[in-house]
Design a protein. Structure first.
Lengths: 151, 109
């Protein structure tokens, strides 16, 4: 429905529903920290950004033309074939589950994730902060109005 | 706690594999099918989320917290990508007044 609705605003709302469903899956998989982060980051921040851009561009009427028929056919065939191949491969997967007594239910807690994140992955963690800084500067620079050249 | 262990045996990880594969294909389909650049961004988000779901599923079923940390990094990269991408889209829209990707095939106007 995210793909098919003609109004981009409806598309965003369907995408929010989809993200909440995925967050529910995280909760079922006992990953509480990612559940919270998913709701805050995706359903909160990213979707607000999308909606804000849509409002800014004032695109909420369905003015979009469809692609030509051959491109649409190619899209349907390509994604259908990809899904066919993926499903066919994944059906053959021989997965060996852990025995139930080896399951550790504390994997997804904030305490455990924080230990792993700041012990083993401290260096990538710092790099993510640098990445965010550069993304922020880039976004501000790109969306700033261009001044007329004075030279 | 014990009923959660039951879930692991009742819902095998193959189901999560299938859900993620289907979600990823929907994302690919959206990228190929639509012409609105914002909806293409949303389809890319859908693909990233399907991969996140798969990583969390494997991390929980294999008892390994690294997968969830990696999902955290993927979310950070996705947020940065969306911020920069939407800024680029706003700049493009300010210049040419469209976000239709079939109109944006020139590198120079």
């Amino acid at each position: 429905m995210t793909v098919f609705s003609r109004n981009p605003i409806h598309s965003v709302i369907y995408l929010i529903i989809c993200f909440f469903a995925i967050a529910g899956h995280y909760l079922l998989l006992n990953a509480q920290f990612l559940f919270i982060v998913n709701i805050i980051v995706y359903a909160g921040a990213i979707m607000v950004l999308f909606l804000f851009t849509l409002m800014l561009m004032n695109l909420n009427q369905d003015t979009e033309q469809h692609k030509p028929a051959i491109a649409r056919m190619a899209a349907v065939i390509a994604s259908g074939l990809l899904m066919l191949v993926l499903v066919a491969v994944l059906r053959k997967v021989d997965y060996m589950p852990l025995p139930p007594e080896a399951q550790n239910l504390a994997v997804g807690t904030i305490q455990n994730l924080g230990k792993v994140l700041l012990d083993e992955y401290l260096f990538p963690f710092e790099f993510v902060s640098v990445l965010f800084l550069s993304a922020m500067i880039g976004a501000v620079l790109l969306s700033k109005k261009e001044k007329p050249v004075t030279k | 706690m014990n009923h959660l262990l039951n879930i692991f045996s009742v819902v095998p990880i193959q189901y999560y594999l299938l859900v993620s594969a289907v979600l990823f294909c929907i994302g690919v389909f959206g990228v190929l099918f639509r012409r609105n650049a914002i909806i293409i961004f949303m389809s890319v988000e859908l693909m990233l989320n399907s991969v996140n779901l798969l990583l969390v599923a494997f991390s929980t079923y294999r008892n390994d917290a690294s997968g969830q940390v990696f999902v955290f990094f993927v979310m950070a990269v996705a947020a940065a990508e969306v911020a920069v991408g939407l800024a680029i889209l706003v700049a493009i829209y300010r210049n040419v007044h469209t976000v239709d990707i079939d109109e944006l095939k020139n590198l120079k106007w």
